[in-house]
Ligand binder design. Structure first.
Ligand code: NAD
Length: 260
């Protein structure tokens, strides 16, 4: 029988990452789930993946704001499973504030969690992918990797950088059976977005209801939130054999946002 693929999904105890981990587990992958929660708390999220998958997902706690832990996460997964066939860099955080009021530590933390960790996990996973002549790297960027919005300087800068990293890696390994792509979601209804509503209301001086209508759904022509499962389905497709010619690109799932 064919060996199951091993997938590491960073930041996968919640939202989009959890939906991707679930999709891969359902497809029979061995999935390494990561987050900053204690194993007890993470078990709750893992339980939503369901018991009927061929391999139960494994949890790896690591705080990707710390570069040693990012490298350590990739090493632990390689040690446990011997390989990483699919790497999804999904962990991400947000901070909504005017640029001249943004705490430099928040700026650094956002860069560390999304950009530095992607570089470090890619760096650790690539040698094995090259050896086996197969690899799929999927970076969860954002519509904010392609467009800007006010009050999100750290996030927008980081996501643009993730897109640049994606393209560069794709070029370097294009002849080795490895692809690297960025998925760029618009607003997806997850805890990250729910938590942002109050902050947005404050900086924009609006009610929370108006934030949802006028700030979040206004740039999204479909006027609806994307669901995490829609992102997961694309991550599953990109991980497959048939996606071998898709590399170095951004795939928008944003309800038409970036068509404007
Ligand atoms: P979420 O807050 O629901 O989940 C974030 C996950 O990252 C959690 O599992 C959390 O444990 C983990 N995480 C946070 N800080 C971490 C750290 N320091 N180390 C390790 N893990 C950490 O968020 P989400 O909305 O599912 O977002 C996932 C990704 O998708 C992020 O990169 C985000 O920027 C991106 N994204 C989200 C949206 C959206 O509208 N929700 C849109 C575009 C892009």
């Amino acid at each position: 029988p064919k060996e199951p693929k091993v997938a590491l999904v960073t930041g996968s105890t919640s939202g989009i990452g959890l939906a991707i981990a679930r999709r891969y587990a359902e497809a029979g992958y061995r999935v390494a789930v990561n987050g900053i929660e204690t194993p007890e708390k993470a078990a709750k999220a893992l339980a939503t993946i369901g018991g009927d998958t061929p391999h139960a997902p494994s949890y790896f706690a690591a705080n990707l704001a710390d570069s040693a832990e990012s490298t350590g996460l990739a090493s632990s997964v390689l040690e446990r499973f011997g390989r990483i066939d699919v790497l999804v860099n999904n962990a991400g955080i947000q901070k909504v504030a005017p640029v001249d009021e943004l705490d430099p530590l928040d700026f650094q933390r956002i860069v560390a969690v999304s950009l530095d960790s992607a570089f470090l996990t890619i760096r650790a996973a690539l040698p094995g992918m090259k050896e086996r002549g197969f690899g799929r790297i999927i970076n969860i960027a954002s519509a904010h990797g392609l467009r800007a919005s006010p009050f999100k300087s750290a996030y927008v800068a980081t996501k643009h950088a993730v897109v640049g990293l994606t393209k560069t890696v794709a070029l370097e390994v294009a002849e080795q059976g490895i692809t690297c792509n960025a998925i760029c979601p618009g607003y997806v209804w997850t805890p990250l977005v729910a938590a942002q509503v109050a902050d947005q209301a404050r900086v924009h001086g609006m009610s929370e209801e108006d934030v949802i209508k006028k700030v979040m759904l206004a740039p999204q022509p479909t006027r609806r939130f994307v669901q995490p499962e829609e992102i997961a389905e694309m991550a599953f497709y990109l991980a497959g054999e048939m996606a071998r010619s898709i590399t170095g690109t951004t795939i928008s799932i944003d309800g038409g946002w970036t068509a404007k």
